[in-house]
Design a protein around this ligand. Structure first.
Ligand SMILES: [Zn+2]
Ligand SMILES: [Zn+2]
Length: 204
């Protein structure tokens, strides 16, 4: 409060980010398919498992890292810089993804961690994980740039809008509500979206 220096968040084109991450993941996966001797079933299984694990990491990061501390909407806090700024400007489509070099750096760190845990299997698990991130970015992009769709996608659209405009302590899952169901952070059933979008979500 009273701070006149406005935080300028870095802008990232979501579609460029998504294309880059999918391309890298596909290249790594194809390398694994061609060069590593393993059953195709386990290769594809690891890919799907990596994707599922990403949805859990996405949930945990959103809930316990980005929303750690009540003051994530205060400009001086690091939570604001990584996430609060998006809550403040949810329709700014260039604030939906982290900078591409940062994401590639983080994904490399994740590759290293997975390598320590599962060795060569990382070549199949990690592409699934990174494609999960690209999928998350795509869902997030659609949710914030399109009107509510008249198809199954509406569930994700409504779920994330409830997180933004009604409950900032519920509906943390963006790519799926799965972990909200498991960890009990689903918004109450049939909660209508407010006509007037509130800038600052209220607690409960
Ligand atoms: Zn949030
Ligand atoms: Zn959002």
């Amino acid at each position: 409060m009273g701070d006149s220096t406005k935080y300028k968040a870095p802008k990232t084109n979501s579609m460029a980010a998504i294309t880059t991450y999918v391309a890298i993941s596909v290249i790594i996966f194809i390398y694994g398919l061609l060069e590593i001797d393993q059953q195709i079933v386990s290769k594809v299984g690891l890919l799907i498992f990596g994707l599922l694990v990403f949805t859990l990491v996405e949930y945990l990061f959103h809930r316990f890292v980005y929303h750690s501390g009540k003051d994530y909407l205060e400009e001086g806090n690091w939570q604001y810089k990584v996430h609060g700024v998006h809550h403040e400007h949810p329709t700014d489509k260039d604030l939906l993804a982290m900078p591409i070099p940062l994401a590639i750096m983080l994904s490399t760190i994740f590759f290293g961690i997975f390598w320590l845990i599962m060795g060569i299997n990382t070549f199949f698990f990690w592409p699934g994980f990174f494609i999960g991130y690209a999928g998350y970015l795509y869902v997030h992009y659609i949710v914030h740039t399109r009107k509510p769709p008249n198809n199954a996608f509406n569930i994700l659209w409504s779920h994330h809008h409830l997180h933004h405009y009604v409950y900032d302590n519920k509906a943390y899952g963006v790519s799926s509500p799965l972990w909200d169901i498991i960890f009990g952070t689903m918004p109450p059933k049939n909660e209508p979206l407010p006509r007037q979008k509130r800038r600052r979500p209220s607690k409960n």
